[in-house]
Design a binder for this molecule. Structure first.
Ligand code: NAI
Length: 264
């Protein structure tokens, strides 16, 4: 990754940079010569250009964080996220509403040729089946009305996680369309299970289906497997790759489509 050199001197905002996939992406970017601005609720142990503490459950910390970022940026990587073992409103605040607010606040500062990559999940793969509900949440104009919508539509933690990732996939398709003329691409990466600290929470909330994914594919992904794809998608030279979702799951989802993986 150090020889990739497409990110040399690029200014890249990475959320979730303190752990797991976000930390790995930030490490690759630093090795490639990028100037990394790390946002997380926990401090980063990497030698980044700037670390800014933010809590995506608290919108005022997102507004304050954006004020601390000077000038233009090239790439935004929205990687921070929480599992369905947490309170459903927290899941929606972090995975969707905070991600959306940060993106909205930074969008005018992304240079032409730049990109935004959100991390979704194969848990969000059923977005088309729930498109009406997803679009209703995404139609809320801001963070607080989004929270009000969530309070009016109670879900359990597992459904809140799946729904949050459905929202992220659809949001990227909308944003990619809206921002096309500005020369800014927006895509999602949807991992299957990844060996990071939150995998144990996913095993708890998802149950045997996750074991099936691991059994069928032979192993869980590493953070490296996923970070490489995030950086590939965000590469400024990939001008024609926009508003799409890339599943990085060792081929598990194709097994469902092909019928050779059976659920239940
Ligand atoms: P992780 O737990 O290692 O990293 C998540 C990061 O998000 C942490 O640094 C954490 O401090 C930060 N974060 C959490 N809540 C926050 C908040 N309120 N404010 C600011 N920062 C916050 O987990 P991992 O696996 O690296 O997760 C990265 C993304 O990948 C998440 O969006 C997750 O949903 C997604 N994902 C992970 C999978 C897995 O099996 N690990 C599978 C599919 C998707």
């Amino acid at each position: 990754m150090g020889q990739y050199a497409v990110y040399r001197d690029k200014r890249v905002v990475v959320t979730g940079a303190a752990s797991g996939i976000g930390r790995q992406a930030a490490e690759f970017l630093l090795a490639d010569g990028a100037k990394v601005i790390a946002l997380d609720r926990n401090p980063s142990d990497l030698k980044v250009e700037q670390f800014i503490a933010v809590d995506f459950t608290q919108p005022e910390t997102i507004v304050a964080a954006v004020k601390k970022i000077d000038g233009e940026i090239d790439v935004l990587l929205n990687i921070a996220g929480v599992p369905g073992t947490l309170d459903p409103e927290v899941v929606m605040r972090v995975n969707v509403l905070g991600l959306r607010l940060l993106t909205d606040l930074l969008i005018d500062r992304i240079r032409r040729g730049g990109s935004v990559t959100h991390v979704a999940s194969i848990a969000g793969a059923q977005w088309a089946a729930h498109l009406d509900e997803v679009q209703r949440l995404l139609a809320t104009p801001d963070y607080e009305t989004g929270v009000a919508w969530v309070k009016d539509h109670p879900m359990d933690g597992k459904r809140a996680y799946d729904f949050s990732k459905e929202c992220v996939v659809v949001m990227a398709k909308q944003q990619g369309h809206w921002l096309r003329e500005r020369g800014v691409r927006v895509n999602t990466v949807s991992p299957g299970p990844v060996q990071t600290p939150i995998l144990k929470d996913f095993r708890e909330s998802v149950g045997p289906l996750l074991d099936l994914v691991t059994r069928e594919t032979g192993r869980d992904a590493t953070a490296t497997d996923i970070a490489r794809v995030i950086l590939f998608l965000s590469d400024p030279s990939l001008e024609w790759l926009n508003a799409t979702d890339v599943q990085v799951d060792g081929g598990f989802m194709s097994g469902l489509v092909g019928g050779w993986v059976k659920l239940g």
